[in-house]
Each structure stands twice: as C-alpha cells, then as structure tokens.
Design a protein around this ligand. Structure first.
Ligand SMILES: [Zn+2]
Length: 165
C-alpha cells in the first residue's frame, strides 16, 4: 500500500485534519504553529513530515517570507531531534516538493549509516542511479544524472541570465 488520498472523503485537506486532530498521525513534536509526524509511507525509518498547522499551499517557496523562515528553522530543529534519536544518523535530507498533498510540508529523511558525520567527518557518496527526467514523474532525485557537455551548460546559463528582469 503506497497510495493515500490528498483529501478526506468529505473533501477536506488531510494535513489540516491532522493539524486539528481530526485525523490520527504519529506526531512526535509540535508547537503553536507547526508539527512533525512520521510519514505513513516512509522509504526509510524515521522519514518525517513537518507542516504548518495553518493551511498554506504546497509550494513552500511561495510562502510568506517570515513564515517560511520559521518553517525552515523548525525543520532544522526536527532534523536535530532525528539525529539525536538515531545513533547511526549524522545527516538528515530535506525535500520540499509538495506534490502528494497540497498543504505546505517539508520531508525530513534520516540518512542511516552516516554516524561519522556526527563527528564532523564528511565523506563523498555518489549514487549509482543515473536517471534523467524529461518530465516530472512524481518524485525528485538527489542523484546526479548523466554528465552533460559544459558548452551546453554555458549556453543555458546565458539564456537564463538574459531572462532576468
Ligand atoms: Zn491543509
């Protein structure tokens, strides 16, 4: 079972319903404005969601600046909680994609077996995945794709620069 509904049967926002206590969730932290709970479809243990209790649309980067700042600082706090809880987690990944539920949320993904990072020891991880997206497929990947011609990149960067108002 990997699918869930974005709206309740009476067409309410699922995350608003969690925030107001009408839907159950494995909440492990909250304050007046935000809460954190464990994902119902985790791809690793401790996969968490942080949401504002008030409804904002799912494009987090379009939230009002002052709320976004507090939201990111809460995500920082929750990532520290996860790193402290898991002895093998020295880093937590953060994703703000927002295409599963249309209520602002930040996914926090504990990176298991990175305990060396607790000690400040960094090491390179390169994924063996090598996927190119012509179109959005319902997920984002932090892995790189195929190496691209540097001249092509310069041309694209120049086009983007010229588009700046
Ligand atoms: Zn909502």
């Amino acid at each position: 079972m990997t699918n869930y509904e974005a709206r309740t049967s009476d067409n309410k926002c699922v995350f608003c319903e969690i925030a107001n206590g009408h839907l159950p969730a494995a909440i492990f932290w909250e304050d007046r404005e935000f809460l954190a709970f464990l994902s119902i479809d985790p791809n690793t243990e401790g996969f968490s969601c942080v949401i504002p209790k008030q409804h904002y649309g799912s494009d987090v980067l379009k939230m009002p600046d002052e709320i976004l700042i507090r939201f990111v600082l809460v995500a920082k706090k929750i990532s520290e909680i996860l790193e402290n809880y898991y002895t093998d987690v020295g880093r937590v990944g953060l994703v703000m994609e927002g295409t599963g539920i249309d209520h602002a949320h930040i996914k926090l993904i504990p990176l298991h077996d990175t305990e060396h990072m607790k000690r400040g020891e960094w090491k390179q991880y390169l994924s063996k995945q090598n996927h190119w997206f012509d179109t959005y497929e319902g997920w984002v990947s932090s892995a790189g794709g195929p190496l691209i011609d540097r001249e092509e990149l310069k041309v694209l960067a120049e086009k983007i620069r010229k588009s700046l108002k």
